[in-house]
Ligand binder design. Structure first.
Ligand code: PEP
Ligand code: MN
Length: 334
């Protein structure tokens, strides 16, 4: 880190900052400039917290050289991380995967019907929300723990690894015992207590980008999981909120090749929540593969018009089957 001093900072101010740097166990390197002094902080092994220097007289600004994340970067770990979810490999160099299933687990009949469609059409994993983060309280909130049990039954019956969202720390253990991958959703990407506890779980985590999170914040959230002991992390781009209102969110696919450069963790795309309009999901799923995504997550419902959640963006069995055929052809071409 560089600490930039004000032009009016006195030699005494500079001395105080140097002493504060040394008090933290670092080495200070003053760099006199034309009209101000910058002081380099050397000897750190990670991100330097600027808090101890913030209130000091004559300090103007901080320039960080080390990012608030490190373990998730290729600088630290150049090789791709391959995350294994119930035997399915997810990674940059692997065959792209498809996670499919309803927004919410509604009943055994509904979940099993969706699982059958997923399985018959070659999906790699089954999704379904048991704990649902709904915008308002007067909508279907999910089946909770009973929904998690249905996911376990569906896995036994159809042999597909399962993914479901956890919203609270007290859900972690039960979900980890019953499903193959724990999702931390957009609204909880910066629930740091949840991230710290999820890091202790020995199951893969699907971390979704917050709807207003920068990529730095996204990676820093993933850093909590890896730093806490869980490097089985899949990142998911699910669209961000911009000034545009025609679509549910804005799907920025450039994130995929950018993150491929920066991180060894695999990135998948969720076009369903990004776009919110059923007809547009297949083409953007294909686009996700073209830009190199390690996979896609698709909302699919046996009868979307009756869905209790996100029916407008859910594919039905026929459109899902067609999309899967098109994706298979595309994978061959890629
Ligand atoms: C979901 O995948 O079920 C979900 C709620 O998505 P997001 O967290 O991206 O809104
Ligand atoms: Mn949904």
């Amino acid at each position: 880190m560089l600490i930039v001093m004000e032009h009016y900072a006195t030699p005494e101010n500079v001395k105080t900052v140097i002493a504060a740097i040394e008090a933290q166990g670092f080495t200070a390197q003053p760099i006199p400039g034309g009209d101000r002094v910058a002081i380099g902080v050397l000897g750190n092994h990670g991100y330097v917290d600027e808090t101890p220097f913030r209130g000091l007289a004559g300090v103007r600004d901080f320039i960080h050289v080390t990012k608030p994340y490190k373990l998730v970067t290729r600088d630290f770990h150049p090789e791709d991380t391959v995350v294994e979810v119930g035997g399915v490999r997810v990674g940059w160099g692997e065959k792209p995967i498809v996670i499919a299933g309803p927004c919410a687990v509604e009943s055994r009949e509904q979940l099993f019907a969706a699982a059958r469609v997923a399985k018959e059409n070659g999906a790699d994993m089954l999704r379904g929300g048991a704990f649902k983060p709904r915008t308002g309280p007067h909508t279907f909130q999910g089946l909770g723990f009973a929904g998690v049990e249905l996911l376990r039954e569906a896995k036994t019956q159809f042999g597909l690894p399962t993914v479901t969202e956890v919203m609270r720390i007290d859900q972690l253990d039960f979900v980890a015992q019953n499903v193959d991958c724990l999702q931390i959703g957009a609204r909880n990407m910066q629930n740091f207590d949840l991230l710290k506890e999820a890091a202790k779980i020995k199951k893969p985590i699907l971390l979704k980008r917050g709807m207003s999170a920068t990529l730095e914040e996204f990676l820093a959230a993933a850093e909590y999981l890896v730093a806490g002991g869980n490097d089985q992390v899949i990142l998911c781009e699910r669209g961000i909120r911009t000034f545009e209102r025609a679509l549910r969110n804005t799907l920025d696919l450039a994130v995929v090749p950018y993150l491929k450069k920066v991180t060894h963790l695999p990135v998948i795309v969720d076009p369903s929540h990004a776009i919110g309009i059923r007809e547009l999901i297949p083409v953007m799923s294909k686009a996700s593969l073209v830009v190199g995504a390690a996979g896609v997550m698709i909302e699919m419902h046996p009868d979307p018009k009756c869905a209790l959640c996100d029916g407008q963006q859910s594919l039905g069995p026929e459109s899902f089957a067609k999309m899967m055929k098109d994706m298979e052809a595309l994978k061959g071409a890629l």
